[in-house]
Each structure stands twice: as structure tokens, then as C-alpha cells.
Design a binder for this molecule. Sequence first.
Ligand code: ZN
Length: 675
Amino acid sequence: MKFLLKIFILLCFCNSSFSQMNCGFNYAIESLYESVPGAKTKYEELLKNQMNKTNVAISNSFTIPVVVHILHQGGSDNISDAQVNDAMAILCRDFRKKNADTINIVTQFQGIASDCSIQFSLATKDEYGNCTTGITRHYDSNTNWTINQYSYKYTWNPAQYLNIYVVASMPSGMAGYAYYPGSVSPLMDGIVILNSYFGSIGTASPFGSRALTHEVGHFLNLQHVWGSTNNPGVSCGDDAVGDTPITQGFTSCDLTNAINCTSGVTENVQNYMEYAFCSIMFTQGQKNRMHNCLNSTVANRDNLSSNANLIATGLINPLSNCAPKAEFVPNTFVTCVGNPISFTDYSYNGAVTNWTWTSPTAVNTSTLQNGSLTFSTAGLASVKLTVGNSFGTDTLTKQEVTVLAGANSGITNVVESFENITFPNALWIASTPQFGSPFLQNNATGATGSKSLWVNNYFDNPSEGVNAFSPAFNLQNTSSAFLNFTYAYAQKTSANNDQLTVEVSTDCGLTWTNIYSKIGAQLNTTGGFKTQAYLNPLNSHWKIENLNLQNFSGNSKVYFKFTFMSDVSGAGNNIFIDDINVSSITGKKTENLSLQHISIFPNPFNEMLTLKLSVNSNFSSLKLFDVLSREIKIEVTQLEPDKFSIRPYENLKAGIYFLQISTPEGMRTLKLIKN
Ligand SMILES: [Zn+2]
């Protein structure tokens, strides 16, 4: 189990207006000189020590390069540079004991409240030596954060930078979390924090502004004052720091009754590593522990403040005047051939003076800030944005736009069993997930024949949905239409919530209407659980689904999107889909005969059906169709004035059929199932 440290509530109610200190921007070293008497001498000693590291000398002041990764979706979650600078200033203020509210520290702790001599500064060089503001911005739905290693895709080398991810939401009500040094893979060695708890302005407020101070404490190996749990108030515990009294921790700020564990010993309610609402101090012992961490090779923390690293990250001789970094999002992720799609520019890191949008499958290029492209080829489109200013250029290529095939008139009745086509192709299109398996053709098993579509979900873990898109079906002249498909799916365990949905679009993928959704046990067709990879569905596992497309009749381009969403836990299994079939009945008739006038039984039926019609006149026609709209001859016998028996002339296969009833009052098509 990973060691996860989290805070559920706020650390401090910061009601004083704090004094801004000159730190947290790009000139921390100079600031250090200004703000701490003798710092320059100390720093030069530090440089000497770092350059002669075999004579290990213990550093006693530190500057840590920081990179802030802002994940956003184009709203207020794309927080301002000013908010980032504010957060950095608060962090520096707290670690340098420049906070004005130190006057509120209770008597017992005034003598050990410590200036930790640790500074933080945004990097001005990235891992490759390029100019950076120390802030990266990514249009990423993972601003609604999930805790797994894939989420940490923007991490810069944690031996060089303190990585801070700023996100819009997190699971379990967390405001932020961090890991102890060396407890996780380097990729995850950073802090994740809500933008509402990052700084005191913009989307944040003074109330939550010390959450980052707390998390950086963990990053530098501090435990909660009651020990290494996330549960204060349970039992008296120690944090391996000598001058923080044994405590069970606090969730509120009662300074007058803070003696719970040791008779006569007041506990440090105001510590930054508490869960109380009045955190305003670190102790001398905590400072020493953090310094030991920063002098330790564990997780390369000792490299962060090394002279070489301060040069490499641009804290010494900082860069300015950066080239921009390209970032964008398509305004819609699905379009079709010939329909333009526009993009929103979210480039950052420097003012942009020119934009170029291109794609190998587009018929045009664009130089607008928010460009637009029209595609000539179906499939997953590759879109490239190049941005520049006088200091340089940057390009970003994304494959996020699915281009559906254009009009495919004529297709109204097909059974696509994937026996004679290759999937994906110019008509049937699969989305490519960032992680895990897309929809693929399976050449080993099928409901009919030996092929089908499948998602290899047992070994992979696409927590994002994966899609299979159909060609356009022409339902313009249909009076009724149905989508049938067969599928087989096994749950791994009862807790497994894989989901299949089917959606319909009549506007080239701009909007989608859900017509089918099944999840977990509902979706399971095996009647049990398969703890191994589900690879060979039995005949009895294939289940047919029949969906009414009545609402989409009259449209000439009807697309279907099958989406398989893997259980976020990754505990999923495989799904197979086959025999995707659109059946329709042509003729511009509306289904206007009230169902109240009709009863038909039994349904499902075996050989014969009975129809009862409570309308004034008899039917004028009665027709039976199979799913391919082939008419099947029937024998109709009038039993009573309003009651008829219906018997097909041929021996029907089990499956779905449609009975079309036409009367002077109107017509109606009913779905029948033959056992
Ligand atoms: Zn914590």
C-alpha cells in the first residue's frame, strides 16, 4: 500500500494580513541575501561545500527550485500567474517565519518557533535548459484528479525540482497530499493540491492558504505532529521530532485546553503539521529534520539546493523572455469529413505573436489564434499547433479529433459481423486512448463466424472511455428503425463496474444522445465471474440488444458510438461486440396508431400470435419483417371481430422480428421476439 498523506480539512485560518516578502519569484538567491543578514556569506560557504562534496559539510540554508503544473479545462481552474506567485510568497513567508501572526504563538512555543531557512523559487530553466516561467499549463480532464501514476505525466525530474500539481478536484475530500522522500516512484514524488487551497487569491482564499506549507513539510520528511497517520484525535503519538510534544492531534483550535497526553505539557496545536485551524509555526526540531532531509541522498533531496542544480534550473543567472509553449484543445472531439472544427489556444510561458494550425488530413491551414480545420479523410486526425514569438517557437501535436466518414447514403439495412472487413477502416473508426486498449478486431471469436470487436480490458486499464464509431446510416425515408447488436462480457468480480454505452448523433458527432447504458452486473452475460482473462465467449454468453431508433427516423446521417468505460479500479475484464445491425422499414409513415389500441400476445412467441385491435376498423395491412427488413409471409385468421391469429408460413429462427400494423387510424411497428 502506498503511503498516502492527506489533509481533509484546513490547516489554518489565516486572519492576519501577512507581509509580502521578496521571495518566491525568480530571484530567490538575491532575495535571500536581502532578507537574511549574513546570508550571502552562508551561501558562499554552501557553494564551496557543494563543489567539494566529498568533504560532506552540512548545509544550513536551502533554496528549492519549483515547477507548478496547472491542470485545467479552460475555466477558473486555469489559475493566474499572480495566484501562483502569491502561493509561492506564502510558502516562503511561512518557511522563513516572516508571518505576522507569529505574535499569536502561545508562550510555551515562542522560543522554538523557527525560521527554517528554506526558500522556494520558480525555476527559470526547464529540464532541457529552455526558458520557463516555472509554470506549465495543460488542458487535461485529469484536473479532476485520480490518484495513480498515470496522472503524474508532467513531472519534471524530482531530483531537480519540487513538482506541484494544481488541480480542480480530488477524491475523498482531500485538499492536498504529498509523499515522504523515497516512498514512491520518482514520477509521483511531488505535491498535488487543489487550486482553491493554493495561495490566497484568485480561486483560493486566505483560509486555505497554508495547505501547501503543510504538504511541503511532508515532502521534506515531516510527519503529522501525532505521528504517521491521517487520523488525529485517536491516540497520543510521536512524530520523531524532539521538541514537538506527544499529542493525539487536533481538528480545532482550542489553545486553552491543549493538554491531553502528558500532564502539564501543552501540545503544539499551532504547528503547521497539525489539522487544527490555527497553524502558524514549525519548531526548531522540525527545521533540523527538514535540513537532514535536504542533506540526504534519499530521493536526491540533497541535489535540490546544490549549486549545480540552482544553475541548471535557472535560480542562479535566471532566464527571462521565454518562447511560448503550445497548448490547445479542440472545441469538439468528433466531427465528420467536410465539417470544419475549431480549436481554442491555451499556449503559455510567453506572449504568442503567431499561430499556425496544420494537419496532414486537413484541406486548409489556419493562422488565427483559435484556428479552424476541415478534414478530407476519416479517422483519427493529427493536429499540430505551432506558436512563436521573437524568442522562439514551440509545436504541439495531438491526436484527439475523430473524423467520421461523410454521407454513406444507401446503408439502411446491414448486419456487420466484421467477418469480411478490417476494423478499424475508413467507415468504422476506433478512438485511441492515452492508456490501455482501444476497440480492436478479434479474429478468434464471434457471435456469428469467427470475428468480432473487443476491448482487451483485462490486461490494460483504459479508465477513460474507448469508442467505436459506425459509418453514417441513412434513415431519411424510414418510418421505423432499430439498432441490434450482440455482445458478451464477463465481470472479474462483483465489484467490477465496467460500462457499455451506445449513443447516436445526427449532426456529425457534435452532439450525442444516449440510447443504451449497462454497467457492472447488468452488463455481465456469463452468469458468473471470470477471474482469468475472458477470451472465448460460449454461445450462451452472446446477448442480443435491440434499440429503437424511432426518434432518429428522417435523418440522412445517423452515427452510432459504442463506448466502453473500464472500471477505474482496473479490475475489469474483456468485452466482445458483434453483428451490429441497423434495420429499418422505409416509407414515410409515422407511428401514429396508439399502443392503447393494440395488444399482441404471447411475446416472445413460439409459432403463433394473437392480435387484438380496439379500433373501429380492421387493419388495412399487416406485415412481418425480419431484422434485415425482409418481409415474411404470414397467414392471418380472423377469430373475432377485433381479434386475429397470425402464423408465419416459414419456420422462423429465434430472434427479433417486426410486425407492422396499418389501419385507417394510423400505423405502428411492434418488436416481436421468436423463442
Ligand atoms: Zn498531512
